[in-house]
Design a protein around this ligand. Structure first.
Ligand SMILES: [Zn+2]
Length: 146
């Protein structure tokens, strides 16, 4: 495979040939160019040429994968909540983060962040949140923050 010096397109070529003509009309002297990719498989070659051309089109580099957005996790929630001193505000934050993360949450979800929540059982915390109208029960055992 060679890259045309005129138009920059990659082109598959048999390495025993001395010259090849690019789509743009430029005759490429193979002796002077370093062959960039050697394979005996025409399929692999075609695939590689297509990939390189796609990459050239999109810029200099091969396209890199997008970094996934940092997701909110139980650990992240615990970390945020630990910064909150007020116990009620803390459990409200946990409830609202769990709701943002999962749409709704259960006692089991609260259990996962229980290290943050202190001595109270998840059931007690649910009761407390409901008492202050900070969450509501969507269906039995499933809660959302208000
Ligand atoms: Zn060309």
């Amino acid at each position: 495979m060679v890259v045309c010096p005129k138009c920059g397109k990659a082109k598959g070529v048999e390495s025993r040939k001395k010259t090849t003509t690019c789509q743009c009309g430029r005759e490429i002297q193979l002796k002077r160019l370093k062959l960039q990719f050697l394979t005996d498989s025409p399929l692999v070659l075609a695939d590689t040429v297509a990939k390189v051309n796609a990459a050239l089109k999109g810029g200099e580099k091969m396209p890199s994968e997008r970094r996934p957005r940092k997701k909110s996790t139980s650990a992240g929630i615990s970390e945020q909540a630990r910064a909150v001193r007020d116990p009620l505000e803390r459990i409200r934050l946990v409830a609202s983060e769990l709701t943002a993360l999962k749409g709704e949450f259960t006692i089991a979800d609260l259990q996962k962040v229980s290290s943050t929540l202190g001595k109270d059982s998840p059931e007690k915390i649910i009761a407390r949140l409901q008492e202050h109208n900070l969450i509501y029960e969507v269906e039995e055992g499933r809660y959302r923050s208000v």
